[in-house]
Design a protein around this ligand. Structure first.
Ligand code: PEP
Ligand code: MG
Length: 578
């Protein structure tokens, strides 16, 4: 039976392929059938994994006895070991394997979900939280079963595969860069969640916030994913398939046509030059940047170097990453944002307070707050960026600034990093520019103080909108409230752009808004002349810039900012978009 699912399209384009279901945010588990004669071997494989994790926990317990965190961690390990002896985890999955003829990973994950559900019913908050121990211990067993964490096997290599998950973390997404999937679908997430942002960088369609897609779609079913219209068609019939194949071709053709604009300067009809920069997560994204004809890298989300690994990347490793981008961009600017870890981006094995469970991680120890609480880690990164500045036009960008004291501290640490390099006679650009991200309303409202102390500014609209409208950008339940055109957002944006311009400091927008043609003319009207976006959107935005006449846009934008009447606002917006 054919049916339609609606979500939020985060990456345009059309994909047609077969569904592959994955089961968990951090350890994606494929579901496959086994034959009856394979059951015994599958159960043995499961038992061996449980035995290995029990052994690992024993070893861990012995190791930590000498450390000062012994009692806390020891208690933790005890709970995990106890759970691993319980029949609910050791026996039930065996029964599921035999009854459902499925792989061990799948059986274990199904049992985990059942247990988690039971724990969620418990009144006592302490006991309720034990569900996290169940998840963690299951993850340990899955890690062993899968051989390596995060491995996902393409189940239908002969066909185009569409990954269907309840949720995917940004780290999962980065892993998928290596695989050739045709599209991604998730039940959770919002348009500006980091998962969505990375999906874009994979250059394939994705739809998030499907709510119950993972429960409704079955393994191997045919799907059409329309990222532009935010829909998924499950089991399409022949005429619909034919229609979408045609649409797919048209979309590709349009994309090809835009390539002609690659080397053209982005100048408005009234002759104003607009800088169009690219956002990247990893040095491997450089090829897309060069293909897009971007005039620089406006945002290198350096924290992605930290994901999917145990331990911190060394200074040399980081230096190599920054240097390769600087060299690749051949003198064009490369803005390296210092780590924005925390909130939805976590690193395995990092101590530093990030592994504690914050009630509101988006409001917690994140980005510059985290870096200032871990000065050694921060200075290591700053040294790596400074060293790379010798090889190109590298700039430093500090995320999530809230007050000038944070900025003062960050500038002191930059000075400390510089001094340590001077002592070693290591070359770097002593005049390296330092910029700050305006992503907290408080920073936009006090833009003057930041503009005075910084060389440039960059507005992170994804976070600015999240914090202004009090909506968690990764939470699909409030995704409908995400509104870049809320008058409060527009006024804060105008305030930041005008404040920086008045102080004579360049300002960019590097949030998702910068890459959406629906907002290009509004931003131009607000005075923006620098945009940084995913490279896939750059040529489309350039086409928009080339056909825009700024003076009338400025008049309309001024009117738009002044009105409190929603209908009038809508009408100005419509005229600005035309
Ligand atoms: C933003 O917040 O708009 C931004 C560009 O940074 P990130 O999306 O990585 O938080
Ligand atoms: Mg941000």
């Amino acid at each position: 039976m054919s049916f339609l699912l609606h979500g939020i399209g985060v990456s345009a384009g059309i994909a047609i392929g077969r569904a592959q279901l994955v089961s968990h945010a951090t350890l994606e588990v494929a579901h496959y059938q086994i034959r009856p004669e394979q059951v015994a071997a599958e159960i043995a494989r499961f038992d061996a994994a449980v035995a290995q994790v029990t052994q690992e926990l024993d070893t861990l317990w012995t190791q930590i006895q000498e450390t000062d965190t012994a009692s806390e961690v020891g208690a933790f390990i005890d709970v995990h070991a106890m759970l691993l002896r319980d029949e609910m985890l050791t026996q039930a999955p065996r029964e599921i394997i035999a009854a459902e003829l499925c792989n061990a990973e799948w059986a274990l994950t199904q049992q985990m979900y059942r247990l988690v559900e039971q724990f969620e019913q418990i009144e006592d908050p302490y006991l309720r939280e034990r569900k996290n121990d169940v998840i963690q211990v299951v993850e340990r067993v899955l890690t062993v079963l899968l051989g390596k964490p995060g491995q996902v096997q393409i189940q239908h290599p002969e066909q185009r595969t569409i990954l269907v998950a309840h949720d995917l973390s940004p780290a999962d997404m980065i892993r998928y860069k290596k695989h050739a999937f045709a599209a991604f679908l998730t039940d959770l997430g919002g348009a500006t969640s980091h998962t969505a942002i990375v999906a874009k960088s994979l250059n394939i369609p994705a739809v998030v916030a499907l709510h119950n897609g993972r429960g409704l779609i079955r393994e191997g079913e045919w799907l059409i994913v329309d990222g532009l219209r935010s829909v998924v068609i499950v089991n399409p019939d022949k005429p619909v398939l034919a229609e979408y194949r045609l649409k797919q071709e048209e979309f590709e053709l349009e994309r090809q046509k835009l390539k002609r604009l690659k080397t053209k300067r982005a100048t408005t009809l009234d002759g104003q030059l607009v800088e169009l920069h690219a956002n990247i997560e990893l040095p491997t994204d450089l090829r897309d940047v060069l293909d897009s004809g971007a005039s620089g890298v406006g945002l290198f989300r350096s924290e992605f170097l930290f994901l999917n690994r145990q331990g911190l990347p060394s200074e040399d490793e980081q230096f190599e990453a920054y240097r390769s981008v600087a060299v690749g961009m051949a003198g064009r600017p490369v803005v390296v944002r210092t780590f924005d870890l925390g909130a939805d981006k976590h690193m395995e094995g990092i101590s530093a307070g990030l592994d504690r469970v914050a009630m509101n991680p988006a409001l917690g120890l994140r980005a510059v707050r985290f870096c200032l609480s871990e000065p050694r880690l921060f200075v290591t990164q700053l040294r790596a960026i400074l060293r790379a500045s010798h090889y190109g036009k590298v700039k430093i960008l500090i995320p999530m600034l809230c007050n000038v004291y944070e900025l003062t501290q960050a500038l002191q640490l930059i000075e400390r990093a510089k001094e340590s390099l001077r002592v070693e006679h290591t070359k770097f650009d002593d005049n390296i520019e330092v910029g700050g991200m305006i992503e907290i309303p408080a920073a936009a409202l006090s833009i003057g103080a930041f503009a005075e102390r910084l060389d440039f500014l960059s507005v992170g609209t994804n976070d600015l909108i999240q914090y202004t409208l009090a909506i968690d950008r990764a939470d699909d339940a409030v995704a409908h409230l995400y509104d870049p055109l809320h008058p409060a957002v527009l006024r804060l944006l105008a305030m930041a752009i005008r404040g920086a311009t008045k102080a004579g400091k360049p300002i960019a927008v590097c949030g998702e808004m910068a890459g959406e043609i629906a907002f290009t003319r509004i931003l131009l009207g607000l005075g923006l002349r620098e945009f940084s976006m995913h490279p896939n959107h750059l040529l489309e935005v350039k086409q928009r810039v080339l056909t825009s006449d700024v003076p009338p846009l400025e008049i309309l934008a001024n009117k738009m900012l002044k009105t409190d009447d929603p209908d009038r606002l809508a009408s100005y917006v419509q005229r600005l978009r035309a």
